[in-house]
Design a protein around this ligand. Structure first.
Ligand code: KG4
Ligand code: ZN
Length: 349
């Protein structure tokens, strides 16, 4: 399965075998391009995808010593995402698939995150499972019943957890790490938090009050605003490294605690209200590579007698492999798409 992806600011291609072996993969990041603008600039992202996509696809085939004739099918990211970016992978994937008469699979970016954990581990990650998707674009919990079949349990009412990490990183004036270290400033905040004392600043864990305590949803804007107000009133200085580290550690602990509580509630709901018996808890998306978040989720899993499964960090963040693997899973079930499909900008899971 050859996959193309250009959903946000990464141009990626990957070839994954039927059994879930990564044959070849290529990723071109644009983090440096957008860093100076303080966020993704859609027009710039599309320009870079247009320039990079042919090179990325060619490199991926060359590394695998394969030609299009050797590929069994083509998967493309169909959405959700920036229209100008999505158009690039769709146009490339559709054209190549059509010319070579290969089956085409349009992939939902979030389903790809949710199925990634099954690659090469289908016996360990059996349906149904509880999945927590924690990325820059989304924060949600769902029960994955099967490929193309899931029940959404909770989602964020405001910011995603990744956005909160990114905005708090900005409040702390933390520079973005090099692209190789993962997407966005989250990894830099995590690195800093290692040297911090999480108890020095008391940050409120979101949604603890009775009305929202039982909700399965998430909320991160209050936590982010709390850090902003602290900086505005001079409770810490972004210029002092120990202050940065202590706030980073306190924020990370509060965010991880919130995720832990809501995951426990989601699991209880899945068991009681949905009468499903999840076989494990899967956490995926960029923030699932955070060690404090993993530890918090591991605690929920252990208390409930379930394993916690997280893809390796580089497969938690956006990548082409997850699109290819989802293509494999969908192809097996005959979930193919015509060559005429368009992107879907807003695409609920
Ligand atoms: O899944 P992802 O690569 O892209 C989206 O689909 O959004 O997630 C990117 C998000 C960014 O907000 C980034 O700062 C965050 O995940 N992130 C982290 C870590 N690695 C990535 N946040 C906290 N700790 C990390 N180690
Ligand atoms: Zn993502």
């Amino acid at each position: 399965m050859l996959a193309f992806s250009s959903s946000c600011d990464d141009t990626a291609a990957a070839i994954v075998s039927d059994s879930g072996q990564i044959v070849s993969e290529t990723n071109r990041h644009q983090h440096r391009v957008h860093e100076e603008h303080g966020g993704i600039v859609p027009g710039l992202a599309a320009d870079h995808h247009l320039r990079n996509m042919p090179l990325v696809v060619r490199e991926t085939l060359e590394k695998a010593a394969m030609r299009m004739e050797d590929v069994d099918a083509v998967a493309v990211t169909r959405g959700p995402g920036l229209p100008a970016s999505l158009s690039v992978c769709l146009a490339a994937g559709k054209a190549l698939a059509a010319v070579h008469a290969k089956p085409l699979v349009g992939v939902h970016h979030m389903e790809a995150h949710a199925l990634m954990a099954r690659m090469g581990a289908e016996d360990a990650v059996r349906f149904p499972y509880l999945c927590l998707l924690v990325s820059g674009g989304h924060t949600l919990s769902l029960v994955v019943h099967d490929v193309n079949e899931h029940t959404l349990l909770g989602s964020t009412r405001d910011d995603s957890v990744g956005e909160a990490f990114d905005k708090v990183a900005r409040e702390l004036a933390i520079p973005w790490l090099d692209a190789q270290d993962g997407g966005g400033p989250g990894p830099a905040l995590e690195a800093l938090a290692r040297d911090g004392d999480p108890a020095r600043f008391a940050l409120p864990v979101p949604m603890l009050k009775s009305a929202s305590a039982t909700s399965l949803d998430f909320s991160f804007s209050g936590l982010k605003a709390h850090v902003r107000r602290m900086r505005e009133r001079g409770a810490f200085s972004p210029a002092v490294r120990q202050d940065q580290a202590d706030v980073a550690a306190a924020f990370q602990r509060a965010a991880a605690d919130h995720l832990r509580r809501k995951t426990a509630l989601a699991l209880a709901h899945a068991r009681a209200a949905l009468r499903t018996a999840p076989t494990c808890i899967v956490a995926s998306g960029g923030v699932a590579s955070n060690h404090a978040v993993r530890a918090a989720l591991a605690a929920v899993a252990a208390r409930n007698g379930l394993p916690l499964v997280c893809p390796p960090p580089r497969l938690c963040t956006d990548n082409g492999v997850m699109i290819a693997w989802t293509g494999v899973e969908r192809l097996r079930r005959g979930l193919l798409d015509p060559y005429t499909i368009d992107f879907i900008q807003r695409w609920p899971l």
